[in-house]
Design a protein around this ligand. Structure first.
Ligand SMILES: Cc1cc2nc3c(=O)[nH]c(=O)nc-3n(C[C@H](O)[C@H](O)[C@H](O)COP(=O)(O)O)c2cc1C
Length: 205
């Protein structure tokens, strides 16, 4: 039997909710099964920056997102912050790929110190210990020395630090173009085909 393509995606409370929603849409379109983890602060940011108002209850949030994004119900699993029996909480079952997008400086700090105090931190810790692929789309400005030290620590154990810093060389004409730039780079790193933004050298205007 063919193994399902699965990935863990977490939204934390950094600015950049549109990146997270767009990435979720593209992962579902690429036929991934997505385990989605949403911090309390991420729900506040989503309601502030996007038209997505999610309830705190994971099952209700899951239903709302499945209906909004029109995906197959089995494709999207929203997990609660203390859902320790979720597959993402154990190296025996967790997907080997995880993206935190957007990723707050607070979550970076907790992950860099192996806190595992909520399911997002635990899932990240599992991916690191299992030597899977963890991408952190960090957003803060400026970065403090603490932020930089935490990111360096994570980079040294193989985590990809991908600041939410879109380029302008594709001549964006809208916010969607900037969002797509970041999402395209994330998909490239995950080795998922994307046609949002051409790769450098393939299509120059
Ligand atoms: C609208 C809004 C925007 C925020 N933007 C950022 C940000 O860009 N970067 C950051 O590190 N924290 C930001 N924060 C603060 C975090 O949400 C806060 O530190 C929170 O505790 C992070 O928790 P989490 O990592 O569990 O989501 C923002 C908060 C709000 C409400």
């Amino acid at each position: 039997m063919e193994k399902k393509k699965a990935i863990t995606l977490a939204f934390t409370g950094a600015s950049g909710a549109p990146y997270g929603i767009r990435l979720l849409e593209r992962l579902l379109a690429a036929d991934y099964q997505v385990y989605l983890l949403i911090s309390s602060a991420a729900r506040v940011v989503l309601a502030t920056e996007h038209d997505v108002k999610l309830p705190a209850n994971p099952e209700t949030a899951q239903k709302a997102l499945i209906s909004r994004l029109q995906c197959r119900p089995e494709q999207l699993i929203v997990c609660g912050k203390e859902d320790w029996f979720s597959p993402v909480a154990s190296g025996s079952a967790a997907p080997k790929k995880m993206v935190i997008c957007p990723c707050s400086a607070g979550s970076v700090a907790a992950i860099a110190h192996g806190m595992s105090d909520n399911l997002i931190e635990r899932a990240a810790d599992v991916v690191i210990k299992e030597r899977g692929q963890l991408l952190l789309v960090v957003r803060e400005t400026p970065f403090s020395t603490l932020h930089l030290e935490n990111m360096l620590k994570l980079s040294k154990v193989g985590v990809t630090i991908m600041p939410a810093a879109p380029g302008f060389y594709h001549q964006p004409s809208s916010i969607d173009d900037l969002v797509d730039f970041m999402v395209a780079r994330i998909l490239d790193h995950l080795q998922i085909d994307q046609e949002l933004v051409p790769r450098w050298g393939y299509d120059h205007r």
